[in-house]
Design a protein around this ligand. Structure first.
Ligand SMILES: [Zn+2]
Length: 399
């Protein structure tokens, strides 16, 4: 069965501008054609017609760093798993409703994230397609409440990667380093050695998977890039030399700027500490700008954890990128093409183009003029199926 989506401007993520008078033709789970409405109508006269009524048509959004199952703790208990899974079902639904059709999930303390992924894929519950990392290999100094899998040395690292691959991880996320609040955000602890990182990258690539890491501070970022990692998460300090190399190598940056606008506890933070935190945040912004200027591939991740309005934080992240110099078209490409790229799926996901997965949304307004248009998602089509529609029913006509 074919469906013709038309009635508003189209942002393909391949061309900077909106295409007026265009339409998108989908059949089953794929896009079969994108182009002028009259051409597509002639090509598929029997297609079901879906009129979006002036809304902007664009690819489904991709959050490249979102924890669908947020709760974590030092110990894995039955309660942690059960409550996390229940919450995850609700968060997944909210996320899809916000137009986010794909999530790269960077960490969960337990295996419920794999079950959630399976349930969504099987159509049991609504939600975005999930690409999950599962537990995050790291060293013993990393906080116990995080989603860690502790390793000692390169051989245990290789073993951890093999086990994660066996147990269902789609990609590997390490925790390489962390700037500690206790040091007033002045000291970055490294949890993994160069040897451990290299072992993880080699083992992951040998298994045909992609690898990234929670990376703060310049040294850890260098170590990841030197080892051949596919991406770095956060990247709070990046210098000119490193961003040049990332651009050359095609190493993705998932900056999660929004996270660092509020990642401190106001109740326990003194004024001095807050100033230090703001300096740390400013350095992060400068690193992002360096990466942007150097042409580092960028994907958009919110680091949203559970109880947050999903649409808003992705849009806030895009607005922060825009405020730091990324134009709106590039921001939209980062959360579509970029998200697909960091997953290694750039040839089939994140664009409105023939052969690509039929993930299509429609929003009120023009997101190229104002990114906040993305908060008004009225249509979500995932793998060719209408999941959310606030269009008037008269707009859909079969033939
Ligand atoms: Zn995270």
């Amino acid at each position: 069965m074919e469906t013709l989506i038309y009635g508003g401007p189209v942002f393909t993520a391949e061309i900077d501008n909106l295409q007026l008078g265009w339409a998108v033709l989908i059949a089953d789970k794929r896009i079969t054609a994108v182009g002028p409405l009259d051409e597509l109508t002639a090509r598929a006269p029997q297609a079901t017609r879906l009129d979006v009524g002036q809304r902007t048509i664009l690819p489904g959004l991709i959050d490249a760093h979102r924890h669908l199952i947020g709760p974590s703790a030092a110990e894995i208990t039955p309660e942690l798993i059960a409550s996390g899974a229940i919450l995850g079902v609700r968060v997944a639904q909210d996320t899809l409703t916000a137009g986010i059709t794909t999530v790269r999930d960077p960490g969960c303390k337990h295996d419920a994230i794999f079950e959630l992924r399976r349930a969504i894929h099987a159509g049991l519950v609504p939600g975005p397609a999930i690409y999950a990392a599962g537990r995050n290999p790291t060293g013993q100094a990393a906080p116990r409440r995080w989603r860690n899998h502790y390793v000692r040395g390169p051989w245990e690292m290789r073993q951890a990667v093999r086990e994660l691959a066996r147990d269902g991880a789609d990609w590997i996320k390490l925790v390489a380093s962390h700037t500690t609040p206790a040091s007033g955000w002045k000291f970055c602890q490294r949890y993994l050695t160069d040897e451990e990182i290299q072992a993880a990258v080699d083992e992951t690539h040998a298994l045909g998977m992609r690898i990234s890491a929670h990376t703060e501070g310049l040294e850890a970022a260098r170590s990841l890039v030197n080892a051949g990692a596919d991406a770095i998460e956060h990247g709070t300090v990046l210098d000119d030399d490193l961003v040049r190399r990332m651009a050359d190598l095609g190493t993705f940056l998932v900056p999660t700027l929004w996270l660092y606008t509020h990642d401190y506890d106001p109740a326990t933070t003194t004024l001095d500490q807050l100033q230090a935190y703001r300096a740390f945040e400013a350095e992060h912004s400068r690193g992002f700008q360096r990466a942007l200027q150097a042409g580092v591939p960028i994907a958009v991740g919110t680091d949203a954890i559970t109880d947050l309005p999903p649409a808003d934080c992705l849009v806030i992240e895009l607005e922060l990128m825009h405020a730091l110099g990324m134009n709106t078209s590039a921001a939209l490409r980062a959360t579509t093409v970029g998200g697909a790229g960091v997953l290694g799926l750039a040839d089939r996901l994140g664009r409105l183009a023939p052969g690509y997965q039929a993930d299509v949304i429609a929003v009120k307004g023009d997101p190229l003029k104002d990114l906040r248009a993305l908060t008004q998602v009225d249509l979500v089509i995932q793998r060719g199926r209408v999941c959310v529609s606030k269009l008037a029913s008269t707009h859909t006509t079969g033939s």
